[in-house]
Design a protein around this ligand. Structure first.
Ligand SMILES: [Zn+2]
Length: 200
């Protein structure tokens, strides 16, 4: 795809096409667009990229994106720290926070079990979840992984691994369409699914 371009442009196209959702064709289109942009516009983009990357971390406790060691949710003492909602990605935290109906804290796995993609329990933040639960302050874990094959497998795995702990383990209700993603579910449905959660 990048044949015929200078080495510089070919390198840039190659780098961009490594990003999720961007194939070689899109990468080529983006690069050509950038070359037509004013130099300061491209500089702003590059600065914003480096600035975000330099100042954003994964919260030490829950794995959510944060500009501090602890994210604002984990650091909030008015929230219920005995209730942990387990999600796959930081974007799921944003979706649930938008419902304003949840006052517990989160645990972000940063993925879901998917053997064909080489994602096993070790690739997820499951060890850290076990540690948090073993701390003794957690009373309930709500499994809010996506209602698709990977999300269900992950929920079952976590239930199995935590079954010896004296905590309540619940799964968000079926109001969330099977096969869908948490982030695309409307706020009212998501809030109902959280409220109508059932025991695993
Ligand atoms: Zn956190």
């Amino acid at each position: 795809m990048s044949k015929g371009y200078s080495e510089r442009l070919a390198k840039l196209i190659k780098q961009l096409s490594k990003l999720p959702g961007i194939g070689p064709k899109s990468a080529e289109r983006i690069v050509l667009h950038m070359m037509k942009q004013e130099a300061h516009e491209v500089e702003e983009l590059s600065k914003a990229l480096v600035d975000a990357k330099t100042n954003t971390f994964f919260c030490e406790e829950c794995g959510n994106l944060s500009e501090n060691k602890l994210c604002h949710i984990c650091a909030d003492t008015t929230r219920d720290h005995s209730l942990i909602c387990v999600v796959e990605q930081p974007k799921d935290v944003i979706a649930i926070e938008k419902t304003s109906g949840f006052n517990g804290i989160y645990h972000v796995l940063l993925g879901a079990l998917s053997p064909i993609d080489g994602i096993g329990p070790r690739e997820l933040r499951i060890e850290k979840l076990i540690k948090r639960v073993s701390g003794g302050k957690v009373e309930e874990i709500i499994l809010a992984t996506n209602p698709n094959a990977e999300g269900e497998a992950t929920a079952l795995y976590i239930t199995e691994i935590l079954k010896t702990k004296t905590i309540k383990i619940t799964r968000i209700a079926r109001g969330v369409p099977i096969g869908s993603n948490i982030e695309y579910v409307d706020q009212a449905t998501l809030q109902r699914a959280m409220e109508a959660r059932t025991a695993m």
